[in-house]
Design a protein around this ligand. Structure first.
Ligand SMILES: [Mg+2]
Length: 100
């Protein structure tokens, strides 16, 4: 039986690798958030450096950009379109009720 990973194209493998990497980076950021909130066990808190969370935010954003590039997604356009959608929804939800 052929290992199933051989069925993936190099591009698909890159997308899969970056997706797994993103999950790892999100996990690292979650760990740091728990540390900032003092919700980790003492041994982890003793080693924690608050400056580290700054880098973890960057790791998540960079990995998202890399994944989008691998998947052929224009991340700038995707974010712009989404912000526009959120703004429209916000304005609709906060429009004064007619007739009042
Ligand atoms: Mg990291």
């Amino acid at each position: 039986m052929k290992p199933h990973y051989k069925l993936y194209t190099p591009r698909e493998k890159e997308i899969l690798t970056k997706t797994v990497k993103l999950n790892e980076e999100v996990g690292e950021l979650c760990n740091d958030v728990l540390s900032v909130l003092q919700l980790q066990r003492r041994s982890k808190l003793e080693k924690f450096d608050k400056r580290h969370i700054y880098e973890e935010f960057a790791d998540v954003v960079i990995t998202v950009i890399q994944l989008a590039e691998a998947a052929g997604v224009d991340v700038e356009r995707a974010v712009g379109d989404k912000i526009e959608k959120i703004e429209k929804r916000y304005l609709k939800d906060h429009k004064p009720a007619s007739g009042s």
